[in-house]
Design a protein around this ligand. Sequence first.
Ligand SMILES: Cc1ncc(COP(=O)(O)O)c(C=O)c1O
Length: 404
Amino acid sequence: MPVTQAREIAAASRLDNVRYAIRDLNSVAEAVTRQGHKVLPLNLGDPLSFDFETPAHIIEAVYKAMRDGKNGYAPSPGIPEALEAIRGEAARKGITNIQDVFVTSGASEAVDACLTALLNPGDDLLTPCPDYPLYSAVLSKLGIKPNLYFLNEEDGWQPELDNMRRRITPRTRGIVLINPNNPTGSVCSRSMLEQIADIAREHNLIIFADEIYDKLILDERDQHVSIAAIAPDVPVVTLGGMSKNYLVPGWRIGWGVVSGDAAVVKPYIDGVQRLLRARLCANHPEQYAIKAALEGPQDHLIEVRRKLAARRDLTVKSCNSTPHMSCVPPRGAFYAFPRIEIPEGDDVFVKELLLQKYVLVVHGSGFGQKPGTQHFRIVFLPDEATLTRAYASMRDFMANRYGA
Ligand SMILES: Cc1ncc(COP(=O)(O)O)c(C=O)c1O
């Protein structure tokens, strides 16, 4: 008689806290769609779902690479011409003292490898609150409890330095800094970065500077500053990638640039490189787009920033004129993180908004937030007409559910 396996296959308990709130409501959205409604997805940061187009010369570079037979495995750290282009880009950002560069399957894989290569059981890592949920997911996988520092809404969502200092323990190994920030759209000032670098120096910490949105600064008066550029002595891994700046999130190309004192970062780099060898390589033909993107025409960015600035303005104006809602103006990326004053959880708010108005946003609790506050994250990538409709629905919903 054939034997069938009846016992259920349990998932590892270290995954219990692995969450990715951005896709949490997908099953509800699918049910709403099955009922014949068109859901407006303001939850996913994918510009290609809206009126943004990948620059043609980048596509050509990958097409050529495939036709030229670059379809085998690549070197584990990345192809030499891509590594050179990333070094050149880092130099343009003012980063000196570069000790290593590597290409990964999206910045996501770089985050995974960089945190895995650093943290032992019992260590902790300072991560922002609110946070891009990948960091807490990777920490959960590693069995590391997140050590959160607050971003201050009253100060344009800048890091709260006193809070950061107070959170440091003897086992704190590093600081994650997302600049420009997801989910708040904030951009750090030079003086803020200098103070964070001082904290890192004082406590012997490595900084993970997630700068995946560094070319999406929305106002001309602002300039993106890399923390690695102003602190060449501090160990920093600057994370970047093609997904957002070059409009190819599906290609899964990201990278890390390690800077700091050579002797200090050497063992850590060896650890990262060991992990990169174990996973063979990042996508090969797509790596040929890196040089084309970083060194080729940047014209598309003018149009992208123009569209995003107008959509940001509309978002801020609409939120700030909606009852029970207020919004700190984002200065980079394409997210806003409005606050809501409501008598129920923001998870209930986003679910009901989806069920009643077919607008899909992400609950603030999915990113972490100060106790007693409620928020939600909007992706303001759609065109103004679509956003205007979405914000009218939201206003209607707020007035009906919580009073005008
Ligand atoms: C702050 C931040 N870091 C990293 C990523 C992941 O980027 P990638 O597509 O390169 O994996 C994202 C994606 O939304 C992000 O917002």
